[in-house]
Design a binder for this molecule. Structure first.
Ligand code: PLP
Length: 371
């Protein structure tokens, strides 16, 4: 699905030097690269504060801790997402309230979102799934009308841009109260281990986030509240400084792959290509088709026999997961999510694909679906 070695080989001298410099400096924890990377990402995203942390799940958790929610407060998020989003809500004794997604963009359905708001609702977590922003125009209007915080889960969409109806364009993760991301190796900006970051324009929140990520202290050995230990390793920061310089080029490579797939699959009634119809650019963390009248299992077996990997993101909706079963929800409550879980398939998508790979993949998919 990804080619991390191929990507590394192209920038090997820069990466090797970055790693070596950290090794000989021995500044393994909170070394200068961590600050430099945060500053460079602030400039890239045009956001006031980037606070690096240990992974994207921690980023979500710390964001929610910083907003002082009380047990039982309700946080609305999409039912079609990676588990981390709901996991941290539940872990903090908050109440995840799930809503269905839009069948075309796979992001939160804003009409359903509006209907899910109660007097206990404190925040919305839109997930910019597969590399495209949720409808942030509507999300922000709803949040402002109901006085809710917005935490954007940007783990899959770093680098995407969203244009509001007034013409302002902002980077994914810098529109709401707080944005969070992950630098997991296969993400669009991936390191060589675990990593994550939190973004905010708000000075006071940034201070709280830094304190919570650092054992609840702003002065060493003075713990003002219960925090966590969540740091980005210096080595990962040094690697990310190199890779950030290539992020736009990586986005362009992904877009080329998506354009190729789109063209090859256009107008095929059995394949629905991913929609790009909202105010967002798409950075294609995943290229996900919706199958219509094609056996997904048989297609995957066929592709596998030709040496083509494929994945299902995500096979089971959150409300059907054992750990998240809740008497409030039953099968049938989120029909779009449930249908997507049964019919989506993600094809290989990465920065190192050439037209020969793409011709082989697309002709194989078409060979199967057209027979
Ligand atoms: C990857 C991912 C996360 C979690 O990131 P980790 O760094 O693996 O903890 C959270 N949300 C979404 C949507 C993701 O894709």
């Amino acid at each position: 699905m990804v080619d991390l070695i191929g990507q590394y080989k192209k920038i090997q001298p820069e990466i090797d030097k970055a790693i070596h410099d950290v090794v000989v400096s021995s500044a393994y924890i909170n070394g200068p690269d961590v600050k430099h990377f945060a500053k460079e990402l602030e400039d890239y995203l045009e956001v006031k504060h980037v606070i690096p942390c240990a992974n994207g799940t921690d980023a979500l958790q710390i964001a929610m801790m910083a907003l002082n929610f009380k047990p039982g407060d309700e946080i609305i998020t999409a039912s079609f997402t990676y588990v981390a989003t709901a996991e941290v809500i539940a872990l903090l004794q908050l109440k995840p309230v799930l809503v269905d997604v839009d069948p075309d963009t796979f992001t939160i359905d804003c009409d359903a979102l509006e209907r899910a708001i109660t007097s206990r609702t404190v925040a919305i977590v839109p997930v910019h799934l597969f590399g495209q922003c949720a409808n942030m125009q509507r999300v922000m209007e709803i949040a402002n009308a109901h006085n809710l915080y917005v935490i954007e889960d940007t783990a899959q969409a770093i680098g995407a841009e969203y244009t509001m109806s007034n013409g302002t364009t902002m980077k994914a993760g810098t529109i709401g109260t707080i944005g969070t991301t992950s630098f997991f190796p296969s993400k669009n900006l991936g390191c060589m281990g675990d990593g994550g970051a939190i973004f905010t324009q708000n000075d006071e929140l940034a201070m709280r986030i830094r304190m919570i990520a650092n054992h609840g202290q702003s002065v060493q050995y003075h713990h003002d509240e219960i925090g966590v230990n969540s740091r980005l390793d210096t080595m990962q920061a040094a690697i990310l400084r190199v890779k950030l310089q290539h992020l736009d080029e990586y986005c362009a490579s992904r877009l080329h792959v998506a354009d190729y797939y789109d063209k090859a699959f256009a107008n095929n009634p059995k394949l629905k290509t991913p929609s790009r119809e909202n105010g967002s650019t798409h950075v294609f963390h995943q290229y996900t088709l919706v199958l219509n009248g094609v056996s997904r299992t048989a297609l995957r077996e066929f592709l596998d026999s030709k040496g083509i990997p494929s994945m299902i993101y995500y096979p089971i909706p959150l409300h059907m997961q054992k750990a998240y079963m809740d008497p409030r929800y039953k099968k049938g409550d989120f029909p779009v999510t449930e249908a997507l879980c049964d019919h989506v398939i993600s094809l290989p998508m990465h920065t190192e694909m050439n037209n020969e790979d793409l011709a082989y993949i697309t002709s194989s998919v078409l060979e199967f679906v057209n027979r």
